[in-house]
Design a protein around this ligand. Structure first.
Ligand code: ADP
Length: 162
């Protein structure tokens, strides 16, 4: 059984992430979406909120699981018996950072290969921080995130204003 980990911050999950999950689900027997504690980012949503939102939107894919982990990615992958890490590549601007991470993860664990998938081009400009910013300023994010995520995001923004 070929298992892949799709790690990320997912703050919140967007249609771009979902596009990558769908593609990975067609290639691998099982995809585990791993919500990471990225020390370089201050997420809007807690780990459990991000896991809950992802679970809601991926429940229709039978071979996709969701988990969170704040340790080393390759350790999580080994523990889950995964042989691949999936990352999305939107543009050249993603490349340098992703290249470095992929090579470092390979250095740490030679048996785990990073695989890059390209989303549909309509998602190449999409990222979670833009979605958060647009929503915070009252803009329409219908095209970028599923309805259930939109509801939770708008509640979160309202609660922060109180
Ligand atoms: P991280 O903080 O690890 O970059 P993100 O949640 O921003 O976490 O992204 C997780 C993964 O999903 C990364 O590989 C990123 O390139 C990819 N990704 C993010 N947005 C998109 C998108 N719109 N289309 C395709 N891949 C995306």
């Amino acid at each position: 059984m070929k298992i892949a980990i799709y790690p990320g911050t997912f703050d919140p999950i967007t249609y771009g992430h979902i596009d990558i999950i769908e593609r990975a689900g067609e290639i691998f027997d099982k995809v585990i979406v791993m919500v990471a504690q990225n020390p370089g980012k201050q997420p809007l949503f807690s780990n459990s909120e991000r896991v809950m939102m992802i679970k809601k939107v991926v429940s229709k894919y039978k071979n996709v699981e969701v988990d969170s982990y704040d340790g080393l990615l390759v350790e999580f992958a080994k523990r889950k018996k995964a042989t691949a890490i999936v990352r999305g590549l939107r543009a050249i601007s993603d490349f340098e950072y992703e290249f470095q991470m992929a090579l470092m993860n390979r250095k740490l664990e030679d048996n785990i290969t990073t695989v890059f998938l390209m989303p549909h081009e309509k998602y190449t400009y999409l990222n979670s921080s833009l979605v958060r910013e647009i929503a915070r300023l009252g803009g329409d994010v219908t095209e970028f995130i599923p309805p259930v995520v939109r509801q939770i995001l708008s509640k979160k923004i309202k609660s922060l204003r109180k």
